[in-house]
Design a binder for this molecule. Sequence first.
Ligand SMILES: C[S@@+](CC[C@H](N)C(=O)[O-])C[C@H]1O[C@@H](n2cnc3c(N)ncnc32)[C@H](O)[C@@H]1O
Length: 253
Amino acid sequence: MNMPRVALLNNSKLRKGHGLKLQTELGIPSFHDHPLEKFDFILELTDTQLQLRRQIEGKPSVGPVFCDFNKSSLDFRRRYSKGKQDLLRAIGGNNKKVLDTTAGLGTDALVMAFHGCRVTAVEKSPIVFSLLRDALQNDSLPPDLKEILGKRLEVINSDSIDFMKANKGKKKWDVAYLDPMFFVKSKTALPKKEMAVLHDLLDRPSEEEIRELIRQCRTVSHRTVIKRPLRSTCTEKPSFSIEGNLIRFDVYV
Ligand SMILES: C[S@@+](CC[C@H](N)C(=O)[O-])C[C@H]1O[C@@H](n2cnc3c(N)ncnc32)[C@H](O)[C@@H]1O
């Protein structure tokens, strides 16, 4: 896909100023100023959330998708799924200092922060980052969750390769975590709608980019964890793997 064309639709009465700030920051036009132009994506600001919708030929197609820490955290409180247990085992347990190099919509980062980890979550796409940041600032988060996220989850908009190069050799993190795949169905992956929208918005990282991410992860942390499709191959044998039904976590120590 060519560079996706994204416009901001400011439907918020309470956050009008924030909409203008977002537009400038992301360098995207206002949907209202270009009614005839056909955008691929509409980033819609409402009073309560920021959400992204896919358009095809000027008509709403899939979505909206948004980052909902409220709902995700409720799910965690209710269920402690095998996928989440596997992730926590792979990173070596609770309370770790983790660099999440592919933050996405923050689901894995939230699981880790929820279980006592201090997480630095880095996201390359400015649009995905804006969804993530908006969810963290959401006023309707319950106070205990707001406190956990405020203390334990930091989000950064950067290419992780650049971010790690800038932190090279410092081994600041216990664990560096890498989840490059929006493209595999699994019980822990994002629901269909999110996958469909993000699949169209984002470029899939090349094999070389993934290899470089892994190399850099190993310079800044003591343990590297990579989420992969269950049956995928890898050039370097991991120290051990934790296998689920459709995905596995490869752990390099
Ligand atoms: C599969 S998603 C991660 C999903 C995430 N684990 C979650 O739980 O929501 C992959 C994300 O990594 C981001 N990404 C890919 N390469 C990156 C890089 N070099 N630096 C930072 N983010 C990157 C993509 O933009 C995408 O949002």
